[in-house]
Design a protein around this ligand. Structure first.
Ligand code: FE2
Ligand code: FE2
Length: 154
């Protein structure tokens, strides 16, 4: 269901594909989950969905960051591109920090602006997938071609 929101909702497009099956599957799941949150959170007057959805997104995102960082390690990304690898991991940590703070606020009963949170999540995910994840994707596709086998975590 498409709802009217004061920001651009994330939407899967072929430009987001990295060509690495595991990463693309996880990205699609994150995008689908976030689009559900876009559709359901604004109308959730009692606010019961917010802690649940935020916690679930955080857990899945952390698992996904682990996948990417495991692939970086396995295929020597940090040795090949130390600056961009550091920057990539720093973006993952900044996201986790932001969402952990939101989870803490919700647990302690402090108010959380739903639309601000959704806007942050939509923008961060779109920028990250279309930006620095594409560099990692290109590197891993290269490794895939060099070795002749699909990349996978250890
Ligand atoms: Fe990433
Ligand atoms: Fe990613």
């Amino acid at each position: 269901m498409q709802v009217n929101l004061p920001f651009n909702q994330i939407e899967w497009s072929e430009m987001m594909a990295t060509g690495i099956a595991q990463i693309d599957t996880q990205h699609r799941y994150l995008i689908d989950t976030l689009r559900d949150a876009n559709a359901n959170l604004p109308g959730d007057r009692r606010g019961t969905l917010l802690p649940e959805v935020t916690r679930m997104l955080l857990n899945y995102a952390i698992m996904h960051f682990d996948t990417e960082e495991g692939l970086m390690q396995r295929y020597g990304y940090e040795a090949a591109f130390p600056d961009v690898a550091r920057q990539h991991i720093a973006q993952h940590r900044a996201f986790s920090r932001h969402v952990v703070i939101v989870c803490d606020s919700l647990r302690e009963g402090r108010p959380v602006a739903k639309l601000d949170l959704l806007q942050y999540l939509n923008n961060w995910l779109r920028d990250h997938i279309m930006g620095i994840d594409q560099l990692l994707g290109a590197f891993l596709r290269d490794a895939q071609e060099r070795t002749g086998t699909p990349v996978k975590p250890l």
